[in-house]
Design a protein around this ligand. Sequence first.
Ligand code: TGC
Ligand code: FAD
Length: 407
Amino acid sequence: MHLENGLKETKFIRKAQIDPFQPHDYYNVDDLLSDDHKMARDAVRDWVKQEVSPIIEDASEKGECPIHLFKGLAEIGAFGPSLPAEYGCGGMDEIAYGIIMQELERGDSGVRSMASVQGSLVMYPIYRFGSEEQKKKWLPKMASGEVIGCFGLTEPDHGSNPSGMITNIKDDGDAYILNGAKMWITNSPVADMAVVWAKDEEGVIRGLIVERGMKGFTTPTIHGKWSLRASITGELVFEDVRVPKSNVLPNVHGLKGPLSCLSKARYGIAWGAIGAAVDCYDSALRYSQERIQFGKPIGGFQLTQKKLAEMITEITKAQLLAWRLGTLANEGKATPAQISMAKRNNVHMALEIAREARQIHGGMGITNEYPIMRHMMNLETVLTYEGTHDIHLLITGMDVTGFNAFK
Ligand code: TGC
Ligand code: FAD
C-alpha cells in the first residue's frame, strides 16, 4: 500500500483505512442492540451523513440555524422517538431514543438540540402532563415537524435555581395573564409555540402552552454565541399575554414538572455527547495514521498513543454507562440522580476528548477542515445547559450523602 505522501506501508502502519462514518465500538456495544435499534441508528446515521455533514461547518461558521433540517429530523423519527405511536410518535424504547441522539450529535450538538427540545422538552410534557385534547392537538403536528416548539424555564436571574423564577400568571376569568421573561431558549425565535413554566398567585409552578401570535409575546434572538452556533437561541418575553386556561397543562403542579422534562432530555444528552466524542476520536485516529513527523506517523509516538488509548477507553466507559442507564430507563427504574451522573460524566468526557483530539490535529485542529473545534465549542454549552457540570455533581453528592447542598 502507498500513502499519499509516497511512503510505503511500514511496521508503523497497521491499519490506515478507516471508514469515516464507522464509529469505533471497542467493546462491541452494537451487539447489544436489537434489529430495530440498528435500523433506527442506520437511518439517522445516513441522514446525518447526507444532510448535516456537508452543511454544518458552514452553518456554524455563519452562525445560521439550518432550519430546513426540522423537516428531515421529523422524517427520520427524531421528534419524540419513545413517545407512543398513537400520537404520531416513534413508539420505540429508550435505547432507540438514546442512539438517535448519539447519531445526531456525531453531526452536531446543535442539531441534536433541535431534536431534544422538540421531543423531550415540549412534546414530552404535553404527553405526560397535558389533557387528551392537548395531546391530540399538538403531538402529531410536532412529530411531523409541522409545529416547532421551545421550552422556557431559565430566566435572566434564575438559571441553576429555577425555583426562584419570577415569571407569573394571574387569574383573569377564562384566561391567565402572563408576565415575565425567559432567557437562553433554544429554538425560540423560530418556534410556533412554547411550553412555559410560571408561578401562579399561590407561588405554585404551572406549565402553559404559549402560542406565537398571542398579543404581548415576543421572541428576540440572542446573538454573539461562540458555541452551538448552528442552533438558534433566544428569549421569551411576556407582557400581559392572555393565555386561555385551556392552554394550561392540567396534570402537573410544582417544580417537579419541568424537572421531569429535564430528566428526559438529560438522558438523551448522556447518549448524544458520545456521538460528538466519537466524531472527534475518529478524526484524531485517522489523522494520527496519516500525519508524518520525524519520518513516521504521529500515531507511532507513545504520547499520541496514550491520548488515543485514553480517548477510546473513556468513550467505551461512557457507552456502557449509557447502555446500562438505557436498560434501567426501559424498565422505568432510571432515577434522576443516575441520569445526572451519566449526563455529567459523558459530556465532560466528550469535551476532554475534543481537547485531546484538537492537540493531535496540531494547527489543523483549529481549522474548519476538521470538526474538532466546532464540537469543542458546542460542548461548552452542553456542559452548562440542562444543569451545569457542578449542579449535577451536587445532585450526585446529595444522593450519596443524603445532605442537600442547595438548601
Ligand atoms: P427540589 O426541591 O430538589 O425538587 C423539587 C421537586 O422536583 C423533584 N425533582 C425531580 N423530578 C424529576 N426529575 C428530576 N430531575 C428532579 N429533580 C428534582 C423533587 O423530588 C421535588 O419533588 P416534590 O414532589 O418533593 O415537589 O428542587 P430545588 O429547587 O432544590 O432544585 C434542585 C436542582 C438544583 C437540582 C434543580 O433546580 C436543577 O436541576 N437545576 C438545574 C436547572 C436546569 O437544569 N435547567 C435547565 C433548563 S432547560 C435547558 O437547559 C434546555 S437546553 C436544551 C437543548 O438545547 O438541548
Ligand atoms: P448560573 O446558574 O448563574 O451558574 C453560573 C455558575 O455558578 C455555574 O458554574 C454554576 O455551576 C455555578 N453555580 C450555581 N449554583 C451553584 C451552587 N448551588 N453551587 C455551586 N455552584 C453553583 N434554558 C431553558 O429553559 N430552555 C432552553 O431551551 C435552554 N437552551 C439553552 C441554550 C444555550 C445555548 C444555553 C447556553 C443555555 C440554554 N438554557 C436553556 C439555559 C441553561 O439551562 C442555563 O444556562 C443553565 O441552567 C445555567 O444557568 P445560568 O446560565 O443562569 O448559570
